[in-house]
Design a binder for this molecule. Structure first.
Ligand code: IMP
Length: 446
């Protein structure tokens, strides 16, 4: 008799961003990867930038390959929910292999993943430029073609990796797509450069040969691994507040970084999920446009940006900085069923006289208190954050700590309040970029 699904032993942990991205998910996935068999990425594309610092001092920024690649025994998977840029993937594989790290035989890519085509990047950038020129309402995308690639996926015009296998039908699909995109680029966006079908086809034929060894039915692969009792880490890119459904629409990315996206982006059942870890910085940042209630447009915001090196890992853009918004993170924890949190970059707050934590909002129009986050832009435009204030600490107060209890009482007061406000246990506290600069109640990272 086949094994009923209700008897699947849940083996998957989702690690997702609980704010607006750049929370340090790369470090957390790299830490947790030591104890798992597989790390699988489920959405987004090369718009992500996951920075990893290895104990030997080497630093890597990954855009597509899961952050588990630096653990020899871990297999990495790029799921069907990810949109793959051949240029970025090829560069990333070469960069990792050049460091003596084996990728072939350890990385598997879904045959159902959609490909980013050159016209997606051109359309992404042209659409943003047009909005900037028109009324300044651009989303502030990374320009990596993410939105247009997902548009084609849902319009059923996308090119999937599996399409590379049938050259005649690929040519036919590409000819149709390119004719349409060139018309758009020329007539709507007034672009001077258009796409050339033959050039694209020959480039993607070369790419097909290169990636052939990595392609498989990853849903089948992952479900077999789950049935065998293997443990999996499911890595989200971007973050819940950039989610296409739950984020501050339209200032969002074009996929579902939220927990549900892990199932649809990998083809695994919800019952296989054992826990969901939300990753948040000890303060907040946002890159690109859109509401950010706790944003600091003053010297403190500038100070956080410099101390936290808050410049985009993918685009180099300066990130907007602000205080930790517990109202927003409570919402994230609710919609994702977050079971524990990792708080990162606590060290960046060192040296400030005062630290603030947003615990609720107040409506500016009538002074009414709001405990719950809303992703309605009109309502968000009418709120102001209400803060609890904490005494600051110095960098020395963090050094030498091995557990949360070793920390200075002022730091503990801030963390206790943050934990209370997000209504979720803090399982990991990161006090620096290195693996060892981590305090945890459950895992040892030395
Ligand atoms: P897109 O994903 O490039 O379409 O950009 C849409 C929005 O998501 C913009 O505000 C981007 O700045 C933001 N975004 C996309 N990827 C990331 C990321 O990895 N970290 C932070 N923000 C991101």
């Amino acid at each position: 008799m086949p094994k009923p699904f209700s008897r699947i032993s849940p083996a998957c942990t989702i690690v997702l961003g609980a704010q607006w991205g750049d929370e340090g998910k790369g470090k957390i996935v790299d830490l947790l990867a030591r104890d798992v068999d597989i790390v699988a990425r489920y959405q987004g594309g090369a718009n992500a930038g996951h920075t990893i610092h290895l104990p030997d001092g080497r630093q890597f920024v990954l855009h597509l390959i899961p952050s588990g690649i630096f653990h020899e025994d871990v297999t990495c998977v790029i799921g069907n929910g990810v949109v793959i840029d051949p240029v970025a993937l090829r560069e990333e594989i070469a960069m990792i292999e050049a460091q003596g790290i084996r990728v072939k035989g350890r990385l598997f890519i879904s045959h159902n993943a959609h490909l980013i085509m050159p016209y997606h990047k051109m359309l992404d950038q042209a659409a943003e430029q047009r909005l900037i020129a028109k009324d300044g309402s651009a989303v502030g995308t990374t320009g990596r073609g993410i939105g247009p690639a997902y548009e084609d996926k849902f319009a059923r015009k996308g090119i999937r990796i599996v399409d590379l296998l049938d050259r005649d039908s690929l040519r036919e699909k590409l000819r149709k797509n390119i004719a349409e995109k060139n018309e758009l680029l020329e007539k709507v966006y007034g672009a001077s450069e258009l796409c050339n079908v033959d050039k694209i086809i020959s480039e993607y034929e070369v790419f097909d040969r290169e990636i052939d060894p990595y392609i498989t039915d990853t849903s089948l692969f992952l479900n077999r691994a789950i049935a065998e009792g293997k443990s999996l880490l499911l890595e989200g890119a971007q973050a819940a507040l950039l989610d296409i459904d739950f984020g501050t629409y339209p200032y969002v990315t074009s996929s579902n970084p939220t927990a549900g996206g892990a199932c649809t982006g990998l083809g695994i059942p919800p019952m296989a999920i054992r826990r969901v870890m939300g990753v948040a910085k000890a303060y907040a940042t946002r890159v690109g446009n859109g509401p950010f209630p706790t944003e600091l447009l003053d010297a403190t915001g500038e100070r956080l940006r410099e101390a936290g090196h808050e410049y985009g890992a993918t685009t180099g853009r300066p990130r907007r900085c602000g205080w930790f918004d517990a109202v927003a993170v409570r919402y994230t924890n609710m919609i994702n069923g977050v079971s524990s949190m990792a708080i990162t970059k606590l060290d960046v707050l060192s040296g400030l006289d005062e630290i603030k934590l947003c615990t609720r909002y107040e409506r500016t129009s009538d002074g009414r208190a709001l405990e719950h986050f809303t992703n309605d832009l009109r309502q968000l435009a009418d709120i102001r954050p209400i803060y609890e204030s904490f005494e600051g600490w110095q960098a020395e107060d963090l050094s030498g700590a091995e557990t949360r209890e070793d920390l200075d009482p002022r730091i503990q007061r801030y963390l206790d309040a943050l934990e209370r406000e997000v209504e979720c246990p803090l399982e990991i506290i990161s006090i620096g970029a290195g693996r060892e600069e981590t305090l945890s109640s459950s895992v040892e990272f030395a």
